[in-house]
Design a protein around this ligand. Structure first.
Ligand code: KG4
Ligand code: ZN
Length: 362
């Protein structure tokens, strides 16, 4: 089965082809970061207009790279939500138009489902797409350190819009364990970066700068570290940074900014690691999967690696290019769903988008 995947929920247009026998065949991505950077954040109308311009050229590139003709595509998967309404509508419109023109079935995918399944993309397709009689195989393949994870696992979703811990039993069986009560982790990274004079989106730059900062020079609060549940809160941490910035009469020197960045990253990482370990303990599961843009953060990766290893558990990530938004995760999630539930695809081509959509309802 060959699935075309389209992602357009925010500021990346992503298109990819996933084959249930050969794996990921090709993917192409356009990031709108430069378009929005001058405005200090994503401008929804500009995002939607840019998706319109990028979709077809990226599609052409993916078909060429994979050496595939539209006739051999079996179904089209697109991000139906959550995300920016206009951006989602462009992707949904393109997916349904192509499906109508090519006479293919189409399926809407939850963006976060794409993220949390993405660490499995590198697993051998034969393990994931067993014939129906061997459908339990995906739950039983190896989970040795360094290998791809297998169901069930705990997923830590840390992106610009979401911070959630999920219990993932199987495709389509997700239970929310905890989530942020205010800002998402990536949002806190970006807002803090802005406060200390880094560009947008500043998460990666802030983490880089933190490497030059001194441990313990600035100690910031660890919000909800001892809350007794698996929820997060990051807006107080951002406010603590603002208070530190305001305390200085003169502009911050580079080393002061680095110390502040270090203080923020250490606090955010400690909370994310602590809650992730509690989630593993609470569920009795052995594997943690990290997905979403903040999953690219090296400090978080190192801390999670050390912490899980210390308790005999494992942590898994998608390839770095699959941490942020992309079309491959949507094609892959579409393939996993259609393998189990072919009836979820439709050919009536009437579509809606779901800017707000709980994963447990997907
Ligand atoms: O998953 P993603 O691409 O988009 C959303 O669905 O939100 O995540 C983007 C977020 C941004 O907030 C960005 O600053 C953050 O991920 N990010 C990072 C790093 N790379 C990207 N945050 C911390 N450290 C990084 N290395
Ligand atoms: Zn995302």
């Amino acid at each position: 089965m060959l699935i075309l995947g389209l992602e357009s929920s925010c500021d990346e247009t992503g298109i990819a082809l996933y084959d249930t026998q050969r794996g990921l065949l090709a993917q192409a991505l356009h990031s709108q970061v430069d378009l929005h950077a001058v405005h200090g954040g994503v401008v929804p109308e500009l995002a939607a207009r840019d998706h319109i311009q990028r979709g077809l050229p990226l599609l052409k590139q993916v078909l060429q790279d994979a050496n595939v003709l539209p006739a051999s595509i079996d179904a089209i998967a697109f991000t139906q939500g959550p995300g920016l309404a206009g951006a989602l509508l462009v992707g949904a419109g393109l997916a349904n138009s192509l499906a109508l023109a090519w006479n293919k079935p189409v399926i809407g995918i939850h963006h976060l489902e794409g993220h949390l399944l993405s660490p499995l993309i590198d697993a051998p397709p034969a393990l994931l797409f067993a014939p129906p009689s061997e459908a339990s195989l995906p739950s039983s393949h190896s989970c040795a350190p360094g290998s791809t994870p297998s169901f069930p696992f705990v997923a830590l979703l840390v992106s610009g819009g979401h911070t959630q811990l999920m219990h993932v039993e199987e495709v389509g069986r997700y239970t929310l364990l905890g989530e942020t009560l205010d800002d998402a982790a990536g949002e806190a990274f970006d807002k803090t970066a802005k406060l200390i004079g880094l560009g947008y989106p500043g998460g990666a730059a802030l983490s880089e700068l933190a490497l030059q900062g001194r441990a313990g020079a600035v100690v910031l609060p660890r919000p909800m570290l001892h809350s007794g549940n698996l929820d997060f809160s990051f807006s107080g941490l951002k406010t603590a940074v603002l208070t530190q910035v305001r305390r200085h009469c003169a502009p911050l020197t580079l080393s002061e900014r680095a110390d502040l960045a270090r203080g923020f990253v250490d606090a955010a990482v400690e909370v994310l690691v602590s809650k992730s370990l509690k989630a593993l303990e609470q569920t009795g599961l052995k594997q943690l999967v990290v997905a979403g843009g903040v999953g690219a953060n090296m400090q978080l990766r190192q801390a999670l690696h050390a912490a899980t290893q210390a308790v005999g558990k494992t942590v898994h990530y998608p390839a770095p290019e699959l941490c942020t938004d992309n079309g491959a995760m949507i094609a892959f999630a579409g393939a996993l769903r259609l393998h189990r539930w072919p009836e979820q695809a439709h050919t009536h081509y009437a579509f809606t988008v779901k800017p707000r959509w709980e994963l447990s309802e997907a």
